[in-house]
Design a protein around this ligand. Structure first.
Ligand SMILES: [Zn+2]
Length: 231
């Protein structure tokens, strides 16, 4: 199991670099293993170069248990550990700077339109967490409130955080959030969204349990959104 996760983590690192979600040494991934320890990407290396012997195993407090010489856990590991602390259903965390979603984070605009069927069902809305200085406690503190109801969060002036019941699910949520942001940008150019009616949004959200058997948490409504869907 751990061997499979190590192989997957390296594969996803390479994919996120190929997909232009990270520049230089940006981005980090982690997975909570069955023994309660956390496997994480090392700080200071491009995701294009990650190999299995570079991954670092730590405990839930961030202490290094197993690492090759010269490899230290990601500088944003506190944010990852907070995800596992806040969400017992989360076993995979992906952080990246995909350009379209990061543009919304840099502009201070959350992704709140109910404008695409798959995105409504998969992510709901993607909120914007307040600014935090990278690598400090400010980042985990800023995202913690949003993690209660969301699996994907924009980090203001920074990037995107996605969590999942496993690493691959977190990766797919990052991919869906970036696609949502890309389409939303074009929709804004075309004059703004023609949103899905409230009853149809409710039906899409119901599909999560009846058809998609989706894991994770899902925002049925958001206090900042003009079309509130009340539970
Ligand atoms: Zn970052």
């Amino acid at each position: 199991m751990e061997a499979e996760i190590r192989e997957l983590m390296c594969d996803l690192c390479h994919k996120m670099w190929q997909k232009d979600w990270v520049a230089a040494n940006d981005g980090n991934l982690s997975a909570l293993l069955s023994d309660g320890t956390v496997l994480a990407t090392p700080t200071g290396y491009s995701k294009s170069l990650i190999r299995e012997n570079m991954l670092v195993r730590i405990d839930r407090d961030g202490h290094v248990l197993d690492a090759g010489a010269g490899f230290r856990p990601s500088s944003e590991i506190k944010m990852h550990l907070r995800c596992y602390q806040e969400r017992p259903d989360v076993f995979g965390v992906v952080h990246a700077h995909p350009p379209y979603a990061t543009a919304f984070a840099a502009a201070g605009i959350p992704l709140t339109d109910y404008s695409m069927t798959e995105t409504v069902a998969a992510l709901g809305q993607v909120p914007l967490a307040p600014y935090g200085t990278p690598s400090t406690r400010e980042v985990p503190d800023s995202v913690a409130p949003y993690l209660q109801n969301h699996d994907t969060v924009l980090l203001k002036n920074h990037g995107v955080l996605a969590v999942g019941a496993d690493l691959l699910t977190a990766f797919y949520r990052m991919e869906t959030a970036e696609h949502f942001a890309k389409v939303t940008l074009f929709v804004k150019i075309l004059g703004g969204p023609d949103e899905i009616p409230e009853q149809n949004v409710r039906d899409l959200m119901a599909l999560r349990t009846t058809t998609y058997h989706a894991t994770g948490r899902h925002p049925g409504y958001d206090i900042h959104h003009r079309h509130q869907i009340k539970e």
